[in-house]
Design a protein around this ligand. Sequence first.
Ligand code: AHG
Ligand code: MN
Ligand code: MN
Length: 335
Amino acid sequence: MLKKNKTLGEFIIENQSSFQYSSGELSKLINAIRLAAKVVNHEVNKAGLVDILGEAGDTNIQGESQQKLDVLANEKFIQTLKNREIVCGIASEEEDDFITINSYDEKHQNKYVVLIDPLDGSSNIDVNVSVGTIFSIYRRVTPVGTPVELKDFLQKGSEQVAAGYIVYGTSTMLVYSTGHGVNGFTLNPALGTFYLSHPNMQFPEDGKIYSVNEGNYVHFLQGVKDYIKYCQKEEGDRPYTARYIGSLVSDFHRNMIKGGIYMYPKSSIAENGKLRLLYECNPMAYLAEQANGIASDGFKRILEIEPTELHQRVPFFCGSKNMVEKLHEFMTKNT
Ligand code: AHG
Ligand code: MN
Ligand code: MN
């Protein structure tokens, strides 16, 4: 028997009035993301059956090879948002530059810009392991009815009005926040409807899972190395469990439910780590803080970093409060 849960559509309508400056525009935008999520979910689910596995033969602006599904997910999200004419600009991890939508036209009064990582965890696609989509929403800072500018996208993470992710896992979930906590919705694939399955999600204050690509250990800063050794030490409730999927969305999702810390440190081979501030770290940091967790670059809050470029990378540490605070102790001891 299915529980009689609220649908995402009902939830959006009920909560519309709690948005600051509510005019229904943000609700429409979340609705468009909901639609794009279903389309991408459909593509991801049949990936093994049609010719969309493998590399697309191109590289993105960051020099990473694009998978066919990367390209497809990017197109689907951009198309859906464009067609519905509800944003004035989009920036995507897979695009060199931001995209301007109708904002040069005076009759379009759209005030939101969206930043997306259309497919997170691309290297997992071909092996049938969970991938995701991440989105981040800001109010533009330039006047409506004029073309969007770079500064509309280069805002501090603390300025986000909403953020979320979709995880295409054993079931597909859409998890998002508009600044009033984090709620998770599970897709019933038979009906094509998202239902509120995880209301008010919170990171447990403590956790026992650490998630890091330990293959890079030798390249990490001493503080990170020491913290990893701390996680592995036999003492009290340690050693902790290591879990690393290689898809930020999935690792974050598990850690938020069970309690844990995710780390993508800088290293001697990657000066600022790998994750992108605007498409990955800011939205996840916003969700983490909304869910009682912490997100930092090892020293300071992610949400306070002033972005300087669209595809900027930053070291990322995120998860249960007590775990990230412990990491900070090791980091500061070693500087
Ligand atoms: P993307 O697929 O959007 O490029 O992001 C992949 C990211 C992140 O999701 C994941 O945690 C990390 O890269 C994995 O990197 P490593 O393979 O270096 O561990
Ligand atoms: Mn990603
Ligand atoms: Mn990606």
